[in-house]
Design a protein around this ligand. Structure first.
Ligand SMILES: [Mg+2]
Length: 122
């Protein structure tokens, strides 16, 4: 059996990450969740994920900081920003900092799945 593609969700919204983990697992991804953004740096030093779904607004360490940190260390995985603050400024900044794509919350599941496929295989 081929190895499942792995996705890490970094988002402080516990209810959302529970649902999203279920949805992504049920279509065949291996999914892990980080709700406390302070854990992200440590976890990503030791683990590789094919794709990270990254929230922007989180207490402690926000998504832009994580994005900057990952790309400055040339993290090779793909990153999609998934945010309730989906304005043009944030989209432009996220792309500039190395996000592969940018989607609004609440997300449309079909759109999210299509974007994940596209980003993973581009
Ligand atoms: Mg948040």
């Amino acid at each position: 059996m081929p190895k499942l593609e792995s996705i890490l969700i970094i988002d402080d919204d516990i209810a959302l990450t529970k649902i999203l983990r279920e949805e992504l697992s049920s279509v065949g991804y291996e999914v892990e969740v980080i709700n406390d953004s302070r854990e992200a740096a440590t976890r990503l030093q030791n683990e590789f994920y094919d794709l990270i779904l990254l929230d922007l607004k989180m207490p402690e360490v926000d998504g832009f900081e994580i994005l900057k940190e990952l790309r400055s260390k040339e993290y090779p995985g793909k990153i999609i920003v998934l945010t309730a603050n989906a304005n043009v400024e944030n989209a432009v900044l996220a792309k500039k900092l190395g996000a592969n794509d940018f989607l609004p919350k609440p997300y449309d599941l079909d759109e999210l799945l299509i974007t994940i496929q596209k980003v993973l295989h581009s």
